[in-house]
Design a protein around this ligand. Structure first.
Ligand SMILES: C[S@@+](CC[C@H](N)C(=O)[O-])C[C@H]1O[C@@H](n2cnc3c(N)ncnc32)[C@H](O)[C@@H]1O
Ligand SMILES: [Zn+2]
Length: 198
């Protein structure tokens, strides 16, 4: 496969994380927002296309730090730590409450070791109930591009990536996205965005 986003290295990286317990001394892999996924990002105000207006740091497949600007209304956004930041002001009190709850839920040291299906489900009954049926409904995922709304800390994201999908993983919890990104730093497009904005 030539596409670096789809390469087995990406999937292999997850396996590697699984097989080698990470020690405190090992640095976290840098997350890169894939260049190939940039054209799918849209302005939270008017759905205008976003362009990179200044690039500070990048890696082999994507951008780590950059300024983004809407081609229609010139609103400014950014990519920080490989995560596209498309949140804007005007979050309701209810949403703010949910964001704080999710940020707390997804906070903590990462990357947490991810248990793939072949070795048993991650935890609860709900995983067994929900995950196989959802993944079956989405098959075949290999080679597909997925927009995942409300990805949380990546319960479905990582599995879809392991099955060969490229994913724009959207959530308004920055801690959820940090966790997703730490589990799979290459090949995903983690994006903070408030659903229902446009
Ligand atoms: C029930 S959790 C599901 C998380 C994940 N898909 C899973 O299965 O574990 C819903 C997720 O949607 C996110 N969310 C809820 N409302 C949102 C909104 N308006 N915009 C962006 N994300 C939202 C929350 O932060 C949370 O991570
Ligand atoms: Zn705009």
């Amino acid at each position: 496969m030539n596409d670096p986003l789809m390469s087995t290295e990406v999937i292999g990286e997850t396996r590697e994380h699984r097989e080698c317990a990470r020690t405190a001394e090992q640095p976290l892999a840098r997350t890169e927002f894939p260049r190939a996924l940039l054209p799918f990002l849209r302005c939270s105000l008017d759905a205008g296309q976003l362009k990179v207006s200044g690039e500070a740091r990048s890696g082999s497949v994507g951008i780590i730090e950059a300024a983004l600007q809407c081609c229609t209304c010139s609103a400014k956004y950014s990519i920080q730590d490989g995560i596209a930041r498309l949140m804007i002001q005007g979050v309701s009190a209810e949403e703010e409450h949910e964001m704080a709850l999710r940020d707390r839920e997804y906070a903590g040291p990462g990357p947490v070791q991810f248990v793939p299906p072949s070795e048993g489900w991650r935890s609860e009954f709900s995983d067994r109930l929900e995950i196989p049926s959802h993944l079956a409904a989405l098959a075949p995922l290999f080679g597909s591009l997925v927009l995942e709304l409300g990805c949380g800390d990546g319960r479905f994201t990582i599995l879809m990536a392991q099955l060969g999908a490229r994913i724009i993983a959207v959530d308004f919890s920055i801690n959820g996205l940090r966790k997703v990104a730490s589990r799979l730093p290459l090949g995903l497009g983690p994006t903070t965005y408030r659903l229902g904005t446009v």
